[in-house]
Design a protein around this ligand. Structure first.
Ligand code: P6P
Length: 342
């Protein structure tokens, strides 16, 4: 008797990754399992960011919950969740996080593996108290050292060498967006079954783009090139069209919208503070993975003076100016900066 497949259109992230792995006969499945672990971390973090008990997500509320635990700040919860799901699996040589000063080594007694995981466990967490979407950003590399505990060399790799990367965004719904170099795929969490289901197949930056996204409150600190570039985006300076401004102040949300609606997100060098000439955003675990997603979707990511993913990192938490989105918009930024800024 022919049976109707009731689940043929239900593609879980596990099923998608396994199918994608079939294209790599020599794949050991380790990267697949690592992506599963990250998706599980996303489910656990989402359960905290969306659950009704606001008191235990509004940071360290200074009281114990019903289990007698000291309520943790959500970003520390996210950090611990990603660490504890990955420290014992034997898939990683080393980790690094926005929350930790130095390398996060695999504990003694557990095997090390061939991958490196960099992450910002909860980007934008200062917004959580205002119910603004926040996100987790991750980047996966192959280790460069031969074996044993991972090294700084394993972590300080340029974005061009990334193996897989993406983000989870905890908003009106929870989404996981990732690429492993063969297109960008989006999965939306169905809380009723606890599964990420494929909702956005092979995402491409749309044309024409709709928005530009920058904190215009800092315009008084901008260089001439940046001011003229922004006026071009607004339709002056002989631009063919004008874009609307959207800025949430939560990088994952601003870039997720850029990916789906088209446009450009930029956080330029910060001339306000000579100690931060490279802007606010971090190269290794914020800019590079987001740049990889955008470029796999047909866009381009720049420091304003050249390809972002070609920057050779020298420090774990180094910052970088960042322009990413539709290629023509980002290249126009490079043109204005080259023409007007020394
Ligand atoms: P500003 C959030 O604090 C964050 O790290 C990113 O998520 C966001 O893009 C940026 O800072 C916002 O910074 O200076 O515009 O408030």
């Amino acid at each position: 008797m022919a049976t109707t497949r009731v689940t043929s259109d239900v593609i879980t992230i596990e099923r998608h990754i396994l199918h994608a792995q079939e294209a790599f006969p020599d794949a050991s499945g380790t990267l697949t399992q690592l992506l599963y672990d990250i998706a599980l971390a996303g489910k656990l973090i989402a359960s905290r960011t969306t659950r009704a008990g606001l008191a235990d997500i509004l940071g360290a509320a200074g009281h114990e919950n019903v289990q007698g635990e000291q309520v943790q700040k959500l970003d520390l919860y996210a950090q611990q969740t990603l660490y504890q799901l990955n420290d014992h699996t034997g898939r990683l040589a080393v980790m690094a996080s926005e929350e930790e000063d130095d390398l996060i080594h695999i504990p003694k007694g557990y095997p090390t593996g061939k991958y490196v995981l960099l992450f910002d466990p909860l980007d934008g967490s200062s917004n959580i108290d205002f119910n603004v979407s926040v996100g987790t950003i991750f980047a996966i590399y192959k280790r460069k050292s031969a074996s044993g505990p991972g090294t700084h060399e394993d972590v300080l790799q340029k974005g061009a060498d990334i193996v897989a990367g993406g983000y989870m965004v905890y908003g009106s719904s929870t989404m996981l967006v990732y690429t492993a170099g063969h297109g960008v795929f989006g999965f939306t969490l169905d809380p009723s079954i606890g599964e990420f289901l494929l909702s956005h197949e092979n995402i491409r930056l749309p044309e024409p783009p709709k928005y530009y996204s920058v904190n215009q409150g800092y315009e008084k600190y901008w260089t001439e090139g940046l001011k003229r570039y922004t006026r071009w985006l607004q339709g002056e300076e002989g631009a063919a069209r004008s874009l609307s401004l959207r800025y949430i102040g939560s990088m994952v949300s601003d870039i997720h919208r850029t990916l789906l609606a088209g446009g450009v997100f930029y956080y330029p060098a910060d001339t306000r503070d000579p100690k931060k000439p490279s802007g606010k955003l971090r190269l290794l675990y914020e800019a590079n993975p987001m740049a990889y997603v955008i470029e796999q979707a047909g866009g381009y990511a720049s420091t304003g003076r050249g390809p972002l993913r070609e920057v050779e990192p020298t420090e774990l938490h180094q910052r970088t100016p960042l322009f990413l989105g539709n290629r023509d918009l980002v290249e126009k930024a490079e043109e204005y900066i080259a023409k007007y800024d020394i």
